[in-house]
Design a protein around this ligand. Structure first.
Ligand SMILES: [Zn+2]
Length: 342
């Protein structure tokens, strides 16, 4: 994978008052600074890494080379004495790369001392020191503990004589209690991070969590709540917008000012859910009107009209006309809301 920020630069400020300069090495896998060169190691493909050496005085590129990488965990790199050392663990080999006018030159190579066991898939730290000698340290504690001597030993050996100077075994030496305690800590930490991520996700993507926020004992249609100093009924939930629709029925007229009609309020879900609005009072379906609130009533009106005498040969003197009219009748108990607070 190519580094994302490969085009960015880092700035070098030499201590000898020489002008500062930029190197295009931001985002590289490793950057080493020695007395003559700045080395950078960047991934170019999965199978190769590009090593570069820049003149430390002016930032000019001196050498560049592609180095074969066999497996992602099989390679480590370090710098000492202006030389770059590459541990190719898959090949049990260390190469010395020296920057020169004609590019990097492989000046020396060693086979690892056969005593130095490197377990495949074990990640490790690799340190090159004057001599040169090399220190190879297992860095994955679990892998190390699982692989016995071969996985859990740190080695220091001298390259020219290929002799092991010293080894450290076991490099990781935890008691079963420590292992249990540390694993519990890791689990707790993971649970905490998972919880935080879920919280953030629920704010950024409420639609994924709808099932948690509606039709639950706490949030559902018809529930009476006490919110913002008044009683409301939960009416609807808009999942996509994460908003609750609250209904405040028309309030009984207290004789002052204007009568308050029914109101609907949309409230933001995250904000709303932060507190508890449960109340002992409840809106019940009105027993008077059975919840109809406003109902239609047909009223019949009959009018009688006197007809002028003698208009029709004296048989009929009055005309009866019946008309019907449907009017809205509002329940007096619930004021037409169909619900009453008790
Ligand atoms: Zn009613």
């Amino acid at each position: 994978m190519a580094p994302i920020f490969q085009k960015k630069q880092i700035s070098i400020f030499p201590l000898n008052n020489a002008p500062s300069y930029n190197l295009p090495i931001h985002g590289q896998r490793n950057v080493f600074v020695d007395s003559s060169f700045v080395f950078s190691v960047g991934d170019s493909t999965d199978s190769y890494v590009i090593i570069s050496a820049f003149d430390i005085r002016n930032g000019e590129l001196v050498s560049r080379k592609a180095i074969r990488r066999f497996t992602p965990k099989g390679q480590n790199i370090d710098v000492v004495d202006n030389k770059l050392y590459i541990l190719q663990a898959d090949q049990q080999k260390i190469m010395e790369e020296t920057p020169g006018k004609n590019g990097f030159e492989t000046t020396r190579a060693w086979n690892l001392n056969p005593e130095v066991a490197i377990v495949k898939d074990q990640s490790r730290d690799f340190f090159a020191m004057k001599g040169p000698s090399f220190f190879i340290v297992p860095s994955d504690m679990k892998q190390a503990e699982a692989n016995g001597v071969a996985g859990n030993t740190a080695w220091n050996f001298h390259a020219l004589s290929n002799k092991v100077n010293f080894k450290v075994y076991p490099f990781y030496n935890r008691s079963p209690e420590e292992i249990a305690r540390q694993e519990k800590q890791a689990r707790d930490r993971k649970a905490y991070i998972d919880r935080k991520n879920a919280e953030r996700d629920s704010i950024e993507h409420p639609e994924r969590y709808c099932y948690k926020f509606w039709n639950t004992p706490k949030w559902k249609r018809g529930l009476t709540i006490y919110w913002a100093h008044a009683y409301y009924i939960m009416a609807e939930y808009d999942c996509k917008a994460d908003k609750y629709k609250l209904w405040r029925p028309r309030q009984p007229y207290n004789g002052n000012g204007a009568e308050m009609p029914a109101q609907y309020v949309m409230v933001s879900g995250t904000e709303f859910r932060a507190e508890d609005y449960s109340t002992k009072k409840r809106y019940y379906t009105c027993t008077e009107c059975g919840g109809d609130g406003t109902y239609d009533v047909t009223v019949y009106t009959t009018t009688i009209k006197d007809l002028p005498w003698g208009y029709f040969s004296g048989i009929e003197t009055k005309k009866f006309t019946t008309t019907s009219q449907t009017i809205k009748n509002i329940c007096k108990v619930c004021k037409g809301n169909g619900v009453a607070l008790k």
